[in-house]
Design a binder for this molecule. Structure first.
Ligand code: ATP
Ligand code: MG
Length: 241
């Protein structure tokens, strides 16, 4: 227990800024963000379009680096880590889910979920078994042989979640995961995130525009104009759908 208590926060941002130089004009996407997320939290990041949500997620997800300030992922200052090691960190510690699913169009659901395992050096029947278990967890094992265009949006997003979970990440980052889904599929997808969070203890950070989606998360952080203007943890979240 003591070791757990001494663990660093999973996400620890201090004074993060991000400036994009855009044809001579500087765009200040983040203007000093302090954010600390502990293991086992489920956090919604909300805010209007252009407030810096995706920029923050790209930094947290080691896909981009800040202009100033510091960011530690699980105690590691990733701004100094070479790209090859970063790729390994992303593969091992992080799982990503995007609005448009980002599945390989010509590959089956099963293969899409197996891919991150291949990158991690797990192949053959070991990979297939793990990928099938992940598809079962999200309720679409029966679609293992389907191509993305043979599935509904909600089903494709389940494949994406299975792919994000298959390597047992510490942290799932989802950027508007329900943005392209109808209300029923959105609630189902949020229910799956909650289930992963509750049953497997994975930390989840979800970006959303929609208050009713944020309500599935106990903690809700609000960004405006590159700054955090609200950060509340509620006693309850919406129940699993
Ligand atoms: N690669 C880039 N180059 C230049 N400016 C950028 C780049 N990416 C983002 N920006 C700008 O940074 C600001 C924050 O963008 P960001 O994508 O983080 O917003 P967001 O909150 O995710 O918005 P949305 O809800 O529309 O997805 C915006 O003003 C945007 O135009
Ligand atoms: Mg965005």
């Amino acid at each position: 227990m003591e070791a757990a208590a001494n663990r660093p926060p999973l996400v620890y941002c201090q004074g993060l800024t991000k400036v994009y130089p855009l044809s001579g004009v500087e765009v200040h996407a983040l203007r000093g963000v302090d954010l600390r997320v502990e293991r086992g939290e489920m956090v919604a990041i909300m805010g209007p379009s252009g407030s810096g949500k995706s920029t923050l997620m790209h930094i947290i997800g080691c896909m981009d680096t800040q202009t100033s300030g510091s960011y530690l992922l699980d105690g590691v200052d990733v701004s100094n880590v070479p790209e090859k090691e970063l790729a390994a960190i992303r593969n091992k510690k992080l799982g990503f889910v995007f609005q448009r699913y980002n599945l390989l169009p010509r590959a089956t659901a099963l293969y899409n979920v197996e891919l991150p395992l291949f990158y991690a050096g797990i192949t053959g029947s070991a990979a297939e078994e793990k990928a099938r278990a992940a598809l079962e967890q999200v309720g679409i094992l029966h679609l293992a042989d389907h191509l993305p265009n043979q599935m509904s949006g909600g089903q494709q997003q389940r494949v994406a979640i299975a792919r994000a979970m298959v390597n047992d990440p510490l942290l799932i980052l989802a950027d508007e995961p329900t943005g392209a889904l109808d209300t029923v599929s959105s609630a189902e997808v949020m229910g799956i995130f909650q289930k992963m969070h509750e049953e497997r203890g994975v930390t989840v950070i979800i970006i959303t525009h929609e208050p009713h989606i944020a309500e599935f998360c106990r903690r809700r952080v609000i960004l405006r104009d590159g700054r955090i203007v609200g950060d509340k943890t509620f006693e309850y979240s919406n129940p699993v759908a």
